[in-house]
Design a protein around this ligand. Sequence first.
Ligand code: UFG
Length: 347
Amino acid sequence: MTILVTGGAGYIGSHTCVELLAAGYDIIVADNFSNSNPESLKRVAELTGKLFTISKVDLQNRQQVEKLFSSNKIDAVIHFAAYKAVGESVEFPLKYYQNNLAGTMVLLETMEKFHVKKFVFSSSATVYGATNHMPITEDEQIGSTNPYGRTKEMIEDMLQDIYQADPSWSIAILRYFNPVGAHKSGRIGEDPNGIPNNLLPYLSQVAIGRRDVLTIHGNDYQTKDGTGVRDYIHVVDLANGHIKALEKIQKTPFISAYNLGTGVGISVLEMVRAFEQASGKTIPFHIGNRRPGDVAICYADPAKARAELEWTATKSISEMCEDTWRWQLQNPEGYITEKVSIEASGA
Ligand code: UFG
């Protein structure tokens, strides 16, 4: 069975490619590498000992996408490719609507044309917006607070409409909570551009000395210690959620959304302590203002994914921190440095 993985060179995509290959699927990766590095895929091949097709494709380019489907027998699609920075989406909303919506529409139209109707969609807990109902179930009202989240929401609506019009589609919508961690090998991991927005990459760059101090965005929330609480999920657990979703969409046509989280809320201070433990480093931090748009608490009710996908997260907070740290230690500058040093040593 051949799976097209869009955005397969990215953080969650590359980890999912490893698990797909390990589970015996053939994969084709389509990526435009606008926010990822082909080196990640080289390492996926290295880790799994398997060969697969990599295609530099922009999903907004219909010709390129159609060529992909006409020259390969694709059975199902896992769609990761998208812009994903919340702050940037507030600043440049059209960039997000153009890339995320237009790319997805070309992909879905091409799938329809080639009668490929099995789809796993990379959505986000951000679609829930600022709810106070914890843990969050899939029945929670949708209403994102930023353009990035609204692109996910609109695509979810698009998928519902496609299924209503043609119930032979089979669609799993996966709403990720906070993906962290890295592959055990330390060979693939998260490689943010510039200053990281997210807590774990920032923490690990402080621990390794690339940044001086962590700013904790507020300690006056109504939470256990005043800092924000989130549902951190190991990226390999998340990747395995996709394998389970893929199994489910093969059984019978349906559409459903699933939370992929652990169901456990962890505060920023708890995460700092766990990272100190894992790295053996002291993390200097100071308390700053609240970050605009942040909610106090956000964690999943993962019961539906457990019941219907037979999936559950298994990896602990310490494992998430240890694996992030191993990746950071082995790749202090992310994927780029190694490329540069290979070039330098070859010169
Ligand atoms: N935080 C800090 N300092 C930092 C970075 C983060 O204190 O330098 C805090 C935040 O205030 C928050 C927590 O750490 O309390 C987690 O923040 P992240 O930026 O790591 O994650 P978010 O929960 O804000 O957002 C993530 C993804 C979004 C996604 C959302 C889904 O980045 O893409 O989860 O709920 F939409």
